[in-house]
Write a protein that binds this ligand. Structure first.
Ligand code: NDP
Length: 499
């Protein structure tokens, strides 16, 4: 009886505490993850507030916009430019299909830019409506954390508001960083690259990751002279080595000049453009120099350390498997952690936002499962992968690894005459027959890989791939017709060797 009274008192106390919060959840940052978490938490009946900086295509410490990086200055505008750039090659390919492109073809960059900006403004409006339809209160201004359950908002007119919240979700994402070399202020980041007034005739891209490869493809596809500099032997570290070589080959074949194992050391303004100096002593002149050397967490202005939230040395918030900070009950971090930076811009925040709302308001503990997350690099043609690369499989598997590859001329190229092979790959655990990873570089690979990702998530075996009927004629059918092992890598737990 005494215990019952105590429990009632404890509950009473908890209810009183909950009742005095202004919000059940306050989200700082209205990008893909923040918006998702806010809307779905509100659907569970939570009282939710969210804040975001004012909209502009180019971000800064004080500029952002509902929709976040993915929608405003990342995946969406990038993909629009990729579509625009792909037409260049398509028009060339059309000739052998009977299209007489006799008149001079002009490309109007300003028109594409204008259409792109219209589209992101439209999406910004949609995201705002999604929030208001879900009953989420949106504040325009800068949020910071002033206590475990306290946020302070600085609105556009400088006035400050303070709110208490039972949970605070940090969903502020990341921002491009520039390498510290002399003249770095002459270069741009992907934010500006997505909103350039003029299409560059001579572009230099520095970096070998997603953004570097994608912009090299975009600018080259639109007719620019592109030099791509990266510090490794191949671009796209972390992807399957064989596929990295395929991407490099395709970039070169489409006219991008690759400079492997080369760093930029200085940029100098000249009358003729920006002089770019490399660590091999070479000099190039460019209209635009893009730094695509990674992104850093947007955590500086959130006051996190002052309230005791632990950060790592890059400024990323340290979180547990539920994305909780070291003050777990109150402050949760959606995607401001290092795992985010290894993954796609849109998908992971979106996915973590979903886990968050289920765990905190849905009564269902939901950890993010990072296995078999498909991703795509929107180079032209694109690379898409899911699961393990060959190198990762060798590292992680306990039995031999079987590699199946297919390199073929896509049917469209037989008529167009384009000399560009599509390459596909499956990596299989010999003992269990489980498909551990799949990759494809070729047209439509992201569209194809999404379906393959479902198969891998279900634990599909190679035998199940083999007994699936292919759609004929398609490139995708190659994934279910690869019968001969290209190589077998002997893996032993003690010593893993590649014979
Ligand atoms: P990435 O992390 O993909 O690549 C950064 C590149 O810069 C790497 O090649 C890296 O080299 C190089 N680099 C880093 N520091 C230096 C330096 N000091 N000097 C020379 N080179 C350097 O970053 P991105 O900027 O391309 O993209 C940021 C993130 O955005 C991605 O990781 C991804 O999460 C996301 N994104 C996703 C896209 C998609 O899903 N399609 C598209 C665009 C972005 P090294 O490999 O040697 O470290």
């Amino acid at each position: 009886m005494a215990r019952k009274i105590l429990v009632d008192e404890e509950m009473d106390q908890t209810n009183k505490e909950e009742a005095h919060y202004d919000f059940d959840l306050f989200v700082i940052g209205a990008g893909s993850g923040g918006v998702r978490a806010a809307r779905f938490s509100a659907n569970f009946g939570a009282k939710v507030g969210i804040c975001e900086l004012p909209f502009h295509p180019i971000s800064s410490e004080v500029i952002g916009g509902v929709g976040g990086t993915c929608v405003i200055r990342g995946c969406v505008p990038k993909k629009i430019l990729v579509y625009g750039a792909t037409f260049g090659g398509e028009l060339e390919d059309a000739r052998n299909y009977g299209w007489e492109l006799n008149e001079k073809l002009d490309f109007n960059w300003k028109k594409l830019l204008h259409k792109k900006t219209d589209e992101i403004i439209r999406l910004n409006g949609i995201y705002k409506r999604l929030l208001s339809n879900a009953g989420v209160k949106l504040f325009e201004g800068e949020g910071k954390i002033v206590g475990p359950n306290e946020v302070e908002l600085t609105q556009l007119d400088g006035t400050k508001l303070s709110y208490s919240a039972k949970h605070i979700l940090i969903a502020t994402g990341s921002r491009a960083h520039r390498p510290l070399i002399p003249g770095q202020e002459l270069g741009i980041t992907s934010d500006e690259a997505l909103s350039l007034e003029d299409l560059p005739k001579r572009a230099v891209v520095f970096g070998g990751g997603y953004i570097a490869v994608e912009f090299a493809s975009i600018w080259r596809g639109l007719g620019a002279d592109v030099n791509l500099f990266f510090r490794r032997e191949l671009p796209l570290r972390g992807f399957d080595d064989e596929m990295r070589a395929v991407v490099a080959r395709n970039l070169e074949a489409r006219g991008v000049n690759l400079h492997a194992q080369t760093n930029l050391t200085e940029l100098v303004k000249t009358d003729n453009g920006i002089k770019v100096i490399t660590d091999h002593g070479e000099e190039f002149i460019a209209d635009v120099v893009l730094f695509a050397t990674g992104r850093l967490p947007n955590s500086k202005r959130l006051n996190l350390e002052a309230v005791g939230v632990e950060l790592d040395n890059t400024g990323a918030v340290k979180v547990d498997e539920y994305s909780r900070t070291n003050i777990p009950k109150a402050i949760t971090c959606d995607h401001l952690n290092n795992q985010f930076f290894l993954m796609k811009l849109h998908v992971l925040p979106f996915f973590l936002g979903k886990c968050f709302q289920k765990t905190v308001f849905g009564g269902e503990s939901s950890k993010a499962d990072y296995s078999n997350i498909p991703c795509a690099v929107f180079s032209i043609p694109p690379l898409s992968v899911v699961g393990l690369s060959e190198e990762q499989a060798i590292e992680q598997a306990n039995s031999d690894v079987l590699v199946f590859t297919s390199t073929f001329n896509p049917m469209k190229n037989t008529i167009s005459g384009r000399q560009e092979k599509t390459v596909m790959k499956l990596v299989v655990d010999q003992e269990t027959d489980k498909v551990l990873g799949a990759s494809m570089c070729g047209p439509d690979s992201p569209e194809i890989m999404q379906g393959i990702a479902v198969a891998l998530k279900c634990g599909a075996t190679k035998a199940q791939f083999d007994c699936t009927v292919g759609i004929h004629p398609s490139a995708a059918e190659e994934f279910v017709t690869m019968r001969s092992v290209s190589r077998r890598i002997t893996v032993s737990r003690k010593s893993k060797t590649n014979p």
